[in-house]
Design a protein around this ligand. Structure first.
Ligand code: COA
Length: 429
């Protein structure tokens, strides 16, 4: 059958889709972040009374997560590997569930443990051969489509057709709903003096022809903005945001000296504004891939001179990094932090950097502390961490003794906390 005929026959309205979805004791998996199919997900949440004991899994919710509201109890229950602003409280109140996982393991988790019944995808309109792109969020979408017995998709004309290993043929989708939806906009963070100083310290460790992974937020944005004088950089990252556009256009990022994906910036999801989404449309300068490629340490380490820049909430004086919990609060998730740190550690010439402001809570709390607060999980352990950067400088930890580590970290703590940290360390150790 011609794909155009298949498309017409499998197109349905939202009401029809809601009628056709299995509604009891089943698991749904959906795309997420800027790629969340909100038209479908919100329609399910609005009609929650029709559903009973349905698990909804995805990763990062940008904006509202209506399927986490208290009234969903018994109907819809949310599960994730990454807490966000709208899902953190439901997880803390045990109305939603958190699964500790490295991001690169997610497709395997989907295939072998989650085993979803329904995959809810969000795709670009088909190309002339009937292929749709997963667009801005690729990560575990193919694993979801291959595993679920029912595959549905929101077809959105505003979803860019990204290139790479990120497409699905129309014939693999059971029901299609056309719905135009503006993609979530995550504008660049405000870069203040602290972020600028941290960015400059990071930039000093980045050389021409390095291959970079940068996370999201003010610090990665500041790092990128300070790399204008570098030459021939590459990108192999989990996600990329708006900052990459200017650097690719200016020829600072060329991806020419990568060992894999030469000529293209590798990522598994895009999160920024329409500036980025429009730039990525049909652009072979991007290689969008499943997360078990982009984030697999065994792949990452094949890029020489790989540099990973990630952030943290708190660090103890031995170098243990808490990046996903604040005490016992599940604040976010490890995402790709450990994936990239392990990958860079095995890369020829690789460097890993944890970059964070020296204080939190408006200067009242040192992020460098003797011990992590009770209940904190260690995201990156002290054996893996190497460079730690604050606005006060750089501490290089790998190969140092416990006391040398403590001294190096105290030297980059906020000056207001250094004496207390020294005393605490002497009393404790
Ligand atoms: N105790 C109490 N409050 C703290 C704190 C601590 N130890 N550390 C930070 N905070 C507060 C901050 O002051 C800030 O509050 P504010 O919004 O009122 O100013 C808030 O918590 C958020 O902290 P911030 O450092 O600004 O967060 P961020 O948005 O830069 O994100 C991480 C930092 C660590 C949470 C984030 O990078 C993350 O989740 N990392 C793990 C995943 C990862 O690295 N993925 C790979 C790359 S995509």
């Amino acid at each position: 059958m011609a794909w155009e005929t298949y498309y017409k026959e499998h197109l349905c309205s939202m009401e029809e889709l809601l009628r056709r979805l299995p509604k009891e004791n089943v698991t749904y998996i959906t795309s997420h972040a800027a790629g969340e199919p909100k038209a479908i997900n919100h329609a399910i949440a609005e009609n929650f009374a029709l559903f009973h004991n349905v698990t909804i899994f995805n990763l990062l919710v940008v904006g509202e997560a209506p399927y986490c509201r208290p009234e969903m109890a018994g109907h819809l229950r949310y599960r994730t590997i990454f807490a966000g602003s709208d899902t953190r409280t439901p997880i803390a109140e045990k109305r939603a569930d958190y699964v500790p996982l490295y991001y690169h393991q997610c497709p395997d988790y989907v295939r072998t443990k989650l085993k979803p019944d329904v995959a809810i995808l969000h795709v670009s309109p088909p190309d002339t051969h009937g292929w749709c792109s997963f667009g801005v969020t690729v990560d575990f979408q193919m694993a979801a489509a291959e595993t679920a017995s029912l595959v549905v998709a929101q077809v959105n004309p505003l979803m860019p057709r990204t290139l790479g290993n990120c497409r699905i043929h129309i014939s693999q989708i059971d029901y299609l709903v056309e719905a135009t939806q503006a993609l979530a906009q995550v504008p660049p963070a405000r870069i203040g003096d602290v972020e600028k100083a941290i960015g400059a310290n990071c930039a000093a460790l980045i050389h021409d022809r390095d291959c970079l992974q940068l996370g999201i937020g003010a610090i990665p944005d500041a790092v990128l903005s300070l790399l204008g004088s570098k030459r021939e950089l590459g990108i192999h990252s989990e996600m990329v945001s708006d900052g990459i556009v200017d650097m690719m256009e200016a020829g600072v990022i060329t991806n020419r000296y990568k060992q894999l994906d030469v000529g293209a910036s590798t990522a598994t999801f895009l999160m920024g504004t329409d500036k980025l989404y429009r730039y990525a449309h049909d652009n072979p300068g991007f290689n969008m891939t499943p997360v078990d490629y982009s984030n697999d340490p065994r792949v990452i380490c094949r890029q020489d001179n790989m540099v990973a820049v990630n952030s943290a909430l708190q660090l103890d004086l031995f170098g243990q990094v808490a990046a996903d919990t604040m005490g016992k609060l599940q604040f976010s998730g490890p995402g790709g932090q450990v994936d990239f740190i392990r990958g860079t550690n095995m890369s020829r010439g690789g460097r890993n950097i944890i970059a964070m402001p020296s204080t939190a809570k408006h200067g009242t709390l040192s992020r460098i502390s003797l011990l992590l607060p009770t209940g904190s999980a260690v995201t990156t352990n002290r054996f893996d961490v190497d460079y730690v950067i604050t606005e006060y400088g750089t501490a290089q930890l790998w190969g140092k003794t416990l006391t040398q580590r403590a001294e190096a970290l105290i030297s980059i703590a906020h000056p207001d906390f250094r004496d207390a940290l020294k005393k605490e360390y002497q009393l404790y150790y």
